[in-house]
Design a protein around this ligand. Structure first.
Ligand code: GTP
Length: 593
């Protein structure tokens, strides 16, 4: 146990976490890097450059003739995944705090850092990218000293590109990070921090043994779910899974126990022995509460069951995704999925497409609302079409977030305006260092869900970082905006919005839909309505287009090819009444200017 070091890396997106991890693996000869980065194994992650899922990897490192086992637990950096970050952090005794020498400390770095400090992790500050010509290591050093109150001599300057500072980082890991605490003789308590789906082995649970030990063949129980299993295989994670007879106190590894159902493994749950169970679960378990909801519908109704299986498999790898069957008049049978945020939603949609070949339509996302009736009963509504009749509603509450934005003082004006336009209230503003400020706002989450990130990025030219936590539910004056196509309400296009925005939003949605809905063989009326009142209208003029017109003569195979092509083009369309609506239209509200 005294030769084990469990640590994670806290860094803002693009500050070099993956590259640094690769260097550590390379230096310890855990891997030979050939090309690209090893930790992000999903193509999607590579493309987006965001570490979506936590992984763990073991390295061996010798210092002063003593061999150490270092377990690096990877953490996602995006705000949408903060629960996964908190579980990875709970499995560690130390953290490398990596800050880009050209960028300085960012909002997400701070919130993850606070989480690490809350868990009493030993923090090793690292200034990365010191090889860059525009690096400002002295300024960044001051920021870090202000932030964590450490001595500047404790800060390591490094470059994950050139390898400078890597030996110092490894030495700091073994010298400064404490060995895992825990009682080898106590009943087993292992913290689940991740799980992986493997089509041959079923569900693989990743955990850290906090107390006691687990051996191959043990009968174990998952405390929160109450399910019992046999540990068919236990082992450690290097580049491959390496089976071993036992995982002792403080060790990080995997357990395979023949679990097939994705929903049985919950990140944050505790594993114990059936015969000698621990008294209580490791604290801090929390069912992740999704805050953003959207309908996901198969384009081909026959794919409904496949979609369910695919979502179950995704859920296994992504404990924060939730889903429930729902139906829509416009889209048929599908699921209402709960996501942590908008990025999470996009990722799920892309993974459905790539990994499961599912063509789906996603509806406009919304947050969850608390709807109170006249008798004081409260109902949570995740879907605008689930809203009770207006006459039955006393008031509605919507979730508010506490948002932190760190930026240079020259962008303060436009950022203030953006936040105030989004119904934000300024709580405080503090200097971080030099001319960089942290602004704290209370804002409705519903306003962030739509297009906040993109706007913030563009007005600050990328020099603003953003992080948020759910703060409270507050009463709001909300209106339900419906969209009608040729007089038919399209439930999948309904949104809930603040009364003051509703008319303008209706107008912009009609304009946008006019651009997105292709002309068809008849006029299409697009209307926006609040209750019975029509507040905006646009028309898509008819057109007559016969794709086969240009192949005169009887070449039937050519004709068929053209029709096939047209059909493929239609795949991402949905028939609503007699109108063909493209997928893009269902997300139109997200891209309004
Ligand atoms: P996410 O996985 O998105 O959280 O990003 P990350 O923090 O893992 O960043 P990543 O390692 O992908 O690095 C981001 C970019 O910075 C890549 O283009 C790296 O090649 C580059 N980079 C990382 N470290 C250094 C460094 O020390 N010097 C220089 N010049 N570039 C670096």
């Amino acid at each position: 146990m005294d030769h084990i070091r469990n640590f994670c890396i806290i860094a803002h997106i693009d500050h070099g976490k993956s590259t640094l991890a690769d260097r550590l693996l390379e230096y310890t000869k855990t891997i030979q890097i050939t090309e690209g980065q090893m930790l992000d194994d999903m193509d999607l992650e590579r493309e987006r450059g965001i570490t979506i899922k936590s992984h763990a990897i073991q390295m061996e490192y010798t210092s002063d003739n003593t061999k150490y086992i270092l377990n690096l637990i990877d953490t996602p950096g995006h705000v949408d995944f903060s629960y996964e970050v908190s579980r990875s952090i709970a499995a560690c005794e130390g953290a490398l705090l990596v800050v880009d020498a050209t960028q300085g400390v960012q909002a997400q770095t701070i919130s993850n850092l606070y989480m690490a400090i809350d868990h009493d992790l030993e923090i090793i500050p690292v200034i990365n990218k010191i090889d860059m010509p525009n690096a400002m290591p002295d300024e960044v050093e001051d920021e870090i000293v202000d932030l964590i109150g450490c001595d500047s001599s404790e800060i390591i300057r490094a470059s994950a590109k050139t390898g400078e500072g890597i030996p110092e980082i490894l030495e700091a890991i073994v010298k400064r990070i404490p060995e895992p605490k825990g009682d080898p003789k106590a009943p087993l308590q292992a913290l689940i921090f991740d799980s992986i789906f493997n089509s041959f082995r079923g569900i693989i649970t990743l955990c850290k043994v906090v107390n006691g030990s687990i051996s191959k063949g043990d009968k174990v129980k998952f405390v929160q779910t109450g399910q019992e299993y046999t540990a068919d295989e236990v082992g450690v994670l290097k580049m491959d899974m390496i089976p071993c007879p036992k995982l002792g106190t403080g060790e990080v590894g995997y357990i395979i126990s023949g679990i097939k159902d994705a929903t049985e493994v919950k990140v944050g749950d505790t594993i114990t022995h059936v015969d000698t169970p621990c008294k209580e679960a490791i604290e801090g378990f929390q069912e992740v509460k999704p805050m953003v909801f959207a309908g996901v519908y198969p384009i081909d109704p026959n794919d409904y069951e496949n979609l369910r299986t695919s979502l179950e498999k995704l859920q296994l790898n992504d404990a924060s995704l939730t889903f429930q069957p729902e139906s829509s008049q416009a889209l048929g049978f599908g699921f209402r999925c709960g996501f942590l945020g908008l990025l999470h939603m996009e990722i799920v949609q892309e993974r459905l497409d790539r990994e499961f070949n599912m063509d789906v339509i996603t509806t406009v996302p919304n947050v969850s609302y608390k709807v109170y009736d006249k008798h004081g009963n409260c109902k949570e509504v995740h879907n605008p079409s689930g809203l009770p009749d207006v006459t039955a509603i006393d008031h509605i509450e919507e979730p508010y977030i506490r948002a932190s934005i760190i930026t240079s003082s020259r962008f303060i004006g436009p950022i203030m305006k953006l936040c105030l336009d989004k119904r934000g209230e300024l709580v405080s503003q503090n200097y971080v260092s030099g001319d960089r400020l942290e602004l704290i706002f209370l804002m409705p989450l519903g306003e962030i869900v739509i297009d906040f990130y993109d706007k913030l990025k563009s007005i600050s030219k990328g020099y603003a970082s953003f992080d948020y936590h759910i703060d409270s539910f507050r009463p709001s004056k909300l209106a339900k905006l419906d969209i009608l196509l040729n007089g038919e309400p399209v439930d999948a296009l309904s949104t809930l919005t603040h009364e003051s925005n509703a008319v303008a939003l209706g107008r912009r949605m009609c304009e946008k839909l006019k651009e997105l809905i292709p002309r068809q063989q008849f006029d299409i009326a697009i209307q926006a309505a609040i209750g019975a009142k029509i507040v905006a209208r646009e028309t898509v003029k008819q057109v007559r287009k016969d794709v086969t017109a240009k192949c005169y003569g009887g070449d039937i195979s050519r004709k068929r090819k053209l029709l096939e092509k047209q059909k493929r083009g239609k795949k991402r369309m949905k028939q609503i009444g007699n109108v063909q609506v493209p997928q893009k239209a269902f997300l139109a509200v997200l891209k309004l200017d």
